[in-house]
Write a protein that binds this ligand. Sequence first.
Ligand code: ADP
Ligand code: ZN
Length: 215
Amino acid sequence: MNIILMGPPGAGKGTQAELIKVNFPIPHISTGDILREAVSSGTKLGLEAKSFMDEGKLVPDEVIIGMVKERLAEDDCKAGFLLDGFPRTNEQAKALDEVLSGLDAKVEVAINIAVPDEIVIQRIANRISCPSCKAVYNLKFTPPQKEGVCDKCGSELVQRSDDSEATIKNRLTVYHEQTNPLLDYYKAQDVLYEFDGYRNPKEVFADIKKLLESI
Ligand code: ADP
Ligand code: ZN
């Protein structure tokens, strides 16, 4: 199944992707994770992307689109994929449809996880994550068992450099201006499914699971 995960920063896309992966074994492609890895290993892509990310801006379309195209052409995507953090602009959505139609495929499910801005701000201020296995924790609501250590793999947890209060405001503005309008694009294709993300992650997942099992 070809799935895209949408929603504002902090909606819980990464958390839901982890849960989806367990029940539906398709590759999870997070453009944010790919970029962060490129930044930490200091590749050309990483050097190009870092300043945009730290300011809460989008990395230019041509950079991201090329990166996703390459990833989707890999063998493990033939049986489906879960795209997280892409598309975020009109250009990206169109490019995705083009790439997929070349592979005789299409977006089958667009999942939107909706969360109000004030909640996003609260959640992100308390977010820490694992740089190795990508598990995400919230210091208030879902803390790790041992402070600063990943429950799943034992790595040291970190706060993302773009999770500062100033940056999150920019990310929300960008989201409302460029990404939220894409919901209409997928509604028109009759593949949009919306979920209330202001709930416990397990409850959100129960609804997503029901949907995916029914398709
Ligand atoms: P979040 O959903 O919490 O904002 P992500 O991990 O998806 O975070 O993305 C972090 C940053 O990486 C974004 O703020 C942006 O700079 C960059 N980025 C990720 N995906 C894209 C994309 N599809 N287009 C442009 N920039 C992107
Ligand atoms: Zn971990």
